[in-house]
Design a protein. Structure first.
Length: 214
């Protein structure tokens, strides 16, 4: 490496599956001045019901397919390869040890402001990164500023705002549409759509009757 500092965005998540909202958030973060975005699918998340989550290798493959055509997006498998529960603080500490010359920004939604203090090692998280919070417009600014100040006081947090779209796409919606036999085109990249169809994912309730809402 040249030694030049990069501003790297970290976008973690179950990605079950990855969808357009994730990709747009990453693109907005690039527009805000980040050098590149690293997508990191969780391994065994202690916050999720593992019964509804696809194996790590399949979620990793879908992220790889989704980001392949953007040279400033990358997909890392370090959490998929790690045994036991996945913790953000450990991932960020590993990245800082591997790339000490770089600056990391952890991408998150406004809900993270209300929960990150309950995560394992919040002080370790903030020691390694700046929290880049996506603002969608529906959360009161006064509430966000109060949460920001509380985290700064408690953990020495560095928090910045990232204006973003009001986008309501969720992985849950994608899974439910697949299960109902509905199209997920445009909700996730075509390569991911084809992979889901090929593998028959998210159809474990094949006899379920679904509505006809648009």
């Amino acid at each position: 490496m040249s030694g030049e500092m990069r501003k790297i965005g970290i976008l973690g998540g179950t990605f079950n599956p990855i969808h357009t909202g994730h990709l747009l958030l990453a693109e907005y973060a690039l527009d805000a001045g980040l050098s590149e975005i690293w997508f990191i699918p969780t391994g065994q998340s202690y916050m999720k019901d593992e019964k509804t989550v696809l194996p790590g290798e399949d979620r990793l493959k879908m992220v790889e397919l989704a980001v392949a055509d953007n040279p400033r997006f990358s997909c890392l498998d370090l959490e998929i390869r790690r045994e036991g529960d996945t913790y953000t603080c450990e991932t960020l500490e590993q990245l800082k040890a591997m790339y000490p010359e770089d600056e990391f920004y952890f991408l998150a939604g406004t809900d993270c402001l209300d929960t990150i203090h309950t995560w394992k090692g919040p002080e370790r998280i903030f020691a390694c990164c700046t929290l880049l919070v996506a603002l969608r417009g529906e959360t009161p600014k006064e509430w966000m500023e109060q949460k920001k100040q509380a985290l700064e006081a408690a953990f020495g947090a560095r928090i910045q705002w990232l204006p973003f779209l009001r986008l309501s796409i969720s992985s849950t919606e994608v899974r439910e549409r697949v299960n109902c036999g509905k199209s997920i085109r445009y909700l996730t990249p075509d390569k991911v759509v084809y992979y889901i169809e090929e593998k028959g994912f998210y159809r474990e309730k094949g006899n379920r009757r679904c509505g006809t809402d648009a």
